[in-house]
Design a protein around this ligand. Structure first.
Ligand code: MGD
Ligand code: MGD
Ligand code: MO
Length: 742
């Protein structure tokens, strides 16, 4: 007799969706995946899996899985390995762990950013726990996701929690999606639901993006194409128009903000440093008119004027920012500009408005492993880890080091568990590979993955992990999904794959730290303990077994609060969590700090390195951006061939740019700059702005024998430059040239 069952689980990669997966299992094999249907969801929003979720089993259970532990035998990066036993692997890891600690100090040990398992139990955080118990490690701050917008939001509001219930978007009279593409790039499962409802209600939706992205198409929205990395100039010109027309909410600016005009500057600072003096040209003789901006942004002055006036008059209106305009050099400034516009139009703290910025929103406690304090105090910005391998001991506060004056070691050991940021997802692959190939710099690299990825090839010890179907976890969606999910085990682990926790306990044992590390618990027992801890804070949660069986719990008691409502009504009584207690349009902190590159105290356009005005554009006239495609979660699913049909890896280019280069749709082209070269077919499309090309991020790096990437991995062309304030990753700011391959 066949044994059939349906197991409810959720995804756990770093895609905001955390979609609902119903695994249809027959005799221990997954036959197919189904998902939440509107009928099942009842009165709730359906948490339907997208195309990725419906294909998880085809990606994760393929023949190409890593099967057993291996150690490197060739040169580092060459990809030559030899099979070893788990005992030997644990033995080598422990020996290297101790040797490096005793030779270079605890601060030479680093756990790389890795989001392949975005659940409560994740290898990278577990490794950090063990390192903390063993004296410490060099930690990082920031993410590759939202470094600039997060820092900018904190700079102005003093917090990143600037979002509220997206249901409130239905009260807006206009919605601007700025560098945001939720139809394809999931932040959660509810954003598109509400945007579709807003559309149906007749609320105008406008998308600002160099690409006519999937959201414009699905929502039949208005599209305003803009040159990448120039958003802050468009924002300045909108602000100029708003002031020119007298449409600014002066009472709001006077009551809640510092630094908009001369009369509201911090004491002791020249009033001419205010934003208004910059805007009108009092500071530099250049009024920031829509005509001024047109030369920079490529947005016609009339479009800018019209957008500004409509936005200011809509009342209330929501300017919602994605992260695409901030993954840029000077990415901080577009994020600050969005917040400025929300303030100028009085759209903060009101229903139907939106505070803009990173818009984090946490109305429920998050399940988490208990923290063990890291005894080593220093942190680096995450994007600077390659620099810390090369010259960590020389890195100082100016380089973004926090916790003290500077580091005392270079990185000598990297632990990279369920991540592809060693190579594929970090900047400038050729430079990064060169740094990692030198075994006298970083002496030991430990990786765990499901596949032989570009990063896995750089391991000294490479361990086979287990997929979401073969282990358990607790997951929470991003942003506005009010639920928690249980990632149930569906099948037995494949081959010799092991969950990271299980072998880390063995390393802990050899270090004499087993009890402190594990508290005597198995992975499953940890999940139960973390859940019980969460239940103390969220009493409406059901008991663990009920939750686990359902695979999901949707919160019913969701308090509804508009972000900053109290603060905006009475900032004296309810100050913003900033130094001044107000929204800081002018930042005194920035004003008094010296940055390695120019960084202004106010939101305003600054000409970016590798922007359209850079001299380098004479050699490399096209701006290249990436985006997060529907067919992958970062680099995950690239090895699933059925996904290729959905959105083939191609370079998007405007017909005029193609014509200039005599290119036809589908032809192979070479895309290059001083950092590297890609060979890829071209997609000629009116969906791309002229002068800009785009390549979705996350394709697997596949160098040919000359080092030309034929996989289409954008990071062969990106840089390791850091943004001035956040020290973030400008991976969408690149200049390139393209030619037909002859
Ligand atoms: N399907 C899918 N969903 C995902 C992910 C995934 O890999 N796949 N990854 C998840 C993660 S970890 C993250 S951090 C988020 C990423 O979310 P985002 O960072 O918001 O995604 P991007 O696609 O990089 O950028 C959003 C849009 O900005 C546009 N853009 C690029 N440069 C500019 C610019 O200079 N100005 C303007 N106005 N627009 C610009 C891009 O064309 C794109 O359409 O997505 C999450 N969701
Ligand atoms: N140029 C450019 N680069 C970017 C971005 C961009 O927009 N442009 N986006 C950046 C952003 S926002 C992010 S968040 C990062 C993401 O960077 P990463 O976190 O490195 O993202 P992934 O490519 O998803 O890597 C996850 C890895 O985990 C493995 N994996 C998946 N599931 C499991 C599992 O269950 N167990 C184990 N052991 N392994 C597993 C996968 O095979 C994959 O190799 O990339 C950044 N890089
Ligand atoms: Mo991200």
């Amino acid at each position: 007799m066949e044994h059939r069952q349906v197991i409810h689980t959720t995804g756990r990669n770093n895609c905001g969706g955390r979609c609902i997966i119903h695994a249809q299992v027959c005799d221990g094999r997954i036959e197919k995946i189904t998902t939440d249907t509107p009928q099942e969801a009842g009165k709730e929003i359906p948490l339907c899996a997208c195309v990725k979720g419906m294909n998880y089993h085809k990606t994760f259970l393929g023949e190409d899985r890593l099967r057993y532990p291996m150690k490197r035998v060739g040169k580092r990066g060459e990809g030559k390995f030899e099979r070893i036993s788990w005992e030997e692997a644990v033995d080598i890891i422990t020996k290297e762990w101790i040797r490096i600690r005793d030779t270079y100090g605890v601060g030479s040990r680093y756990v790389n950013y890795a989001t392949g398992i975005d659940g409560v139990l994740r290898g990278n955080n577990l490794a950090k726990r063990l390192l903390s118990l063993d004296g410490g490690y060099l930690d990082y701050y920031n993410s590759y996701s939202s470094a600039c917008i997060g820092a900018a939001t904190e700079l102005m509001y003093g917090t990143r929690n600037t979002g509220h219930d997206p249901k409130d978007w239905l009260q807006a009279k206009m919605i601007i999606l700025w560098a945001h593409n939720p139809a394809e790039t999931k932040f959660d499962s509810v954003t598109m639901y509400y945007l579709k409802a807003a559309k149906k209600k007749g609320i105008p939706i406008i998308v600002v993006d160099p690409r006519k992205n999937a959201t414009v198409v699905q929502l039949d929205a208005e599209w305003i194409p803009i040159r990448p990395a120039t958003d802050a100039a468009l924002m300045d010109a909108m602000a100029y128009t708003i002031v020119e027309q007298g449409l600014q909410d002066q009472a709001f600016l006077d009551r809640c903000c510092v630094g908009f005009d001369h009369a509201h500057m911090p004491e002791g600072i020249d009033p001419k440093e205010c934003y208004l003096a910059y805007l009108t040209g009092e500071q530099d003789g250049i009024p920031k008119t829509p005509e001024w901006a047109e030369n920079i942004t490529g947005v016609p002055a009339e479009t800018t004027r019209d957008l500004a006036i409509r936005f200011a008059k809509a009342k209330p209106a929501a300017l919602i920012q994605g992260y695409g305009a901030q993954r840029h050099s000077y990415g901080e400034q577009s994020a600050r500009g969005g917040i400025l516009l929300a303030c100028m139009t009085g759209n903060v703290g009101v229903s139907g408005g939106w505070a803009s910025g990173v818009a984090d929103y946490e109305r429920h406690a998050k399940p988490a492993m208990p923290l063990v304090k890291n005894p080593y105090p220093y942190k680096i910005p995450v994007f600077a880890w390659t620099e810390a391998v090369e010259r960590g001991s020389q890195m100082k506060e100016q380089d973004g080091v926090t916790g003290g004056a500077g580091l005392d070691a270079d990185i000598k050991m990297i632990i990279n568990l369920a991540g592809n940021c060693l190579i594929n997802q970090h900047g400038d692959i050729n430079r990064t590979a060169e740094i990692l190939k030198d075994t006298s710099k970083c002496e030991f690299i430990l990786c765990s993955d499901l596949f032989m990825t570009a990063s896995a090839k750089y391991a000294d010890i490479l361990l086979p992990g287990v997929s979401m179907f073969e282990s358990e976890n607790i997951t929470v969606p991003w942003k506005y999904g009010d639920f928690i999910g249980y990632n149930n085990q569906v099948i037995e682990p494949l081959y010799e794959g092991r969950f990271e926790y299980d072998w880390l306990v063995e390393v802990a044992d050899k270090l004499g730290l087993k009890q402190e590390f594990s508290l005597g618990r198995t992975a499953k027992e940890w999940l139960r303990a973390v859940y019980e801890e969460l239940r103390m804070k969220e009493p409406e949660l059901p008991d663990f077994d009920t939750f686990r069986q359902a695979g999901i719990y949707r919160y019913q008691n969701n308090k509804e609060e508009i972000a900053f409502e109290k603060e905006c009504q009475n900032p004296q009584k309810h100050p913003f969590p900033t130094e001044s207690g107000k929204i800081e349009i002018f930042s005194e902190k920035v004003y008094h700090t010296t940055y390695p590159d120019f960084f202004p105290a106010i939101p305003r356009y600054v000409e970016p390195v590798e922007g359209p005005q850079d001299k380098l554009a004479q050699k490399y006239p096209l701006q290249l951006i990436g985006w997060h495609t529907n067919r992958r979660c970062h680099s995950i699913h690239d090895n699933n061939l059925s996904m290729h049909k959905l959105d083939p890896q191609m370079l998007w280019m405007h017909p005029e740019d193609a014509k200039k280069r005599n290119l036809q749709e589908g032809e192979l082209v070479e895309v290059w700059n001083d950092r590297g070269k890609i060979r890829i077919p071209v997609k000629v499309s009116e969906q791309m702005m002229q002068g800009v090309v785009a390549l979705s991020q996350g394709a697997w790096y596949k160098p040919d024998k000359n080092g030309v990437d034929v996989g289409g991995s954008i990071n062969i062309l990106t840089s390791l430059n850091r943004t001035p304030y956040a020290k973030g990753n400008p991976q969408h700011t690149n200049l390139v040239e393209v030619k037909k391959l002859t």
